[in-house]
Write a protein that binds this ligand. Structure first.
Ligand SMILES: Cc1cc2nc3c(=O)[nH]c(=O)nc-3n(C[C@H](O)[C@H](O)[C@H](O)COP(=O)(O)OP(=O)(O)OC[C@H]3O[C@@H](n4cnc5c(N)ncnc54)[C@H](O)[C@@H]3O)c2cc1C
Length: 412
């Protein structure tokens, strides 16, 4: 039987970030990935400023991603009223905040490559089915099929980073989330889109799908990544399919429709679930941890999940390294993963949860966008809020204080 210190299911951002940190610290780590790189993943391809920081740290630079990567420096947000504002976020680490749009076809191969350069082993075409348990019931490895038959890889620690349909989570008997904790998003690429700039565009255009929204992210020249994201409850209540909602967004949103008049789809639209972090999913077990989408860590407000995947991959690696050093990989010892992860992303996600509820109100969204349209300071802060360049909890506190002490701010 093959063995390793740590075996990871999935080589997306979460798995590769974990593998990178583990290998860099000298651990023997194997990633089992069902696909072969380069592989696509349904995504807006938006890499926010705080995710860019971690990628830099892993040696994944903008230049290393090649010509398909785009830099963006701000956003345009549209309200249900049709009003919009454009702004750059406040400076970040003393410099203009930089986000990237990188097709996942390119990005994920680069991140997995960084993990391999650090010394991690990647097995492609390996479909993980379940965890292997020892006589005491603790996780002791993964079972997978590499096309030549079922294999087992024994390890002291198992990390489940196998995304929204995680086989590892299922095998650990993590209950699937109720519908109100799941979003769905559909992404398409279009060519021939007019008026693209170095901006991430988000439109809360349809009252019926709030807090869901449509996006247009530039992917170079006149091509764009276009999509819609919606909570499962709203989708159920709608008579429309996600594809109809996307088509309607492109055909009717006042700030979008004319720009798509001559645009043509490239490839087919692909949908995928968004396991949002409104549910505190158990992510630590005896001998095993979950991270990224497998741990349901998507931001409830924006649908952003790459940053939380990278962070949680790293915190799982830190807990695994400490456990390996002390020869204790019990659930109790690995709980450091949850603690460290929560300390980094907890405030961000919990304020995202609150704002996602507020963003169900079209009246409030109209007001916020109107305010931002007429006030550059608030416009910049609102963009920074979404792009991970300002402390969300502090920003939220200042909004609440304003509501209490300066309610006229919220009048049109
Ligand atoms: C339409 C859409 C748009 C989005 N837009 C954005 C955005 O613009 N910015 C952002 O930050 N986030 C966005 N997200 C969220 C983001 O895509 C995810 O949160 C992120 O990919 C999570 O990373 P991960 O590593 O946890 O999982 P994944 O990226 O899903 O990676 C999981 C990996 O595990 C592999 N795998 C799966 N099952 C198995 C198995 N049984 N055995 C072995 N390997 C397996 C998969 O092939 C994959 O490589 C979007 C999501 C959707 C659906």
């Amino acid at each position: 039987m093959q063995t390793a210190d740590v075996v990871i299911a999935g080589a997306g951002p979460a798995g590769s970030a974990a593998a990178h940190a583990l290998a860099k610290a000298g651990a023997e780590v194997v990633m089992l990935e069902r696909a072969h790189f380069p592989r696509d993943k349904s995504c807006g391809d938006g890499v926010t400023a705080h995710a860019v920081d971690i990628l830099h740290d892993m040696g994944v630079t903008f230049e290393s991603l090649g010509p398909k990567a785009i830099r963006t420096f701000g956003g345009r947000i549209g309200a249900p009223s049709g009003e919009t504002f454009v702004a750059k976020p406040p400076s970040y680490n003393g410099a203009p905040a930089e986000c990237w749009v990188v097709p996942r076809l390119v990005l994920d191969e680069a991140i997995a490559g960084a993990a391999q350069s650090a010394g991690a082993k990647l097995v492609q075409g390996a479909v993980v089915s379940d965890v292997v348990r020892d006589a005491s019931g603790r996780c002791a490895g993964l079972r997978y099929d590499d096309g030549s038959g079922v294999q087992t890889l024994a390890a002291k620690v198992v990390i489940g980073a196998d995304g929204a349909h995680s086989s590892v989570a299922r095998s650990l008997r993590v209950r699937s989330a109720p519908k109100r904790h799941i979003g769905f998003a559909l992404r398409a690429y279009y060519d021939g889109v007019a008026g693209l700039d170095d901006l991430l565009e988000i439109y809360y255009y349809d009252k019926r799908i709030l807090p869901g929204y449509g996006w247009v992210f530039p992917t170079g020249g006149s091509t764009a990544n276009v999509g819609v994201g919606i909570y499962a409850g709203e989708l159920d209540r709608s008579s429309r399919k996600l594809r109809d909602i996307l088509d309607e967004f492109i055909a009717t949103e006042p700030n979008v429709k004319d720009r798509f008049r001559d645009a043509k789809p490239v490839g087919r639209a692909i949908g995928w679930p968004l396991p949002v972090s409104t549910l505190n999913r158990q992510s630590v077990f005896d001998g095993a941890m979950l991270c990224g989408d497998a741990a349901a860590l998507v931001d409830p407000l924006t649908g952003e999940g790459i940053w939380t995947a990278l962070v949680s991959g790293r915190t799982a690696a830190h807990a695994a390294l400490a456990g390996l050093r002390r020869n204790d990989t019990s659930r109790h010892a690995l709980a450091a993963h949850e603690r460290e992860c929560r300390a980094i992303v907890g405030g961000y996600l919990s304020s995202g949860r609150l704002l996602k509820n507020l963003a169900k109100s079209s009246t409030l969204l109209d007001l916020i966008v109107h305010r931002a349209h007429t006030n550059a300071y608030y416009a910049s802060r609102a963009i920074g809020y979404g792009l991970g360049t300002i402390d969300r909890r502090r920003a939220l506190r200042s909004i609440v204080l304003k509501a209490v002490f300066n309610p006229s701010f919220f009048r049109k």
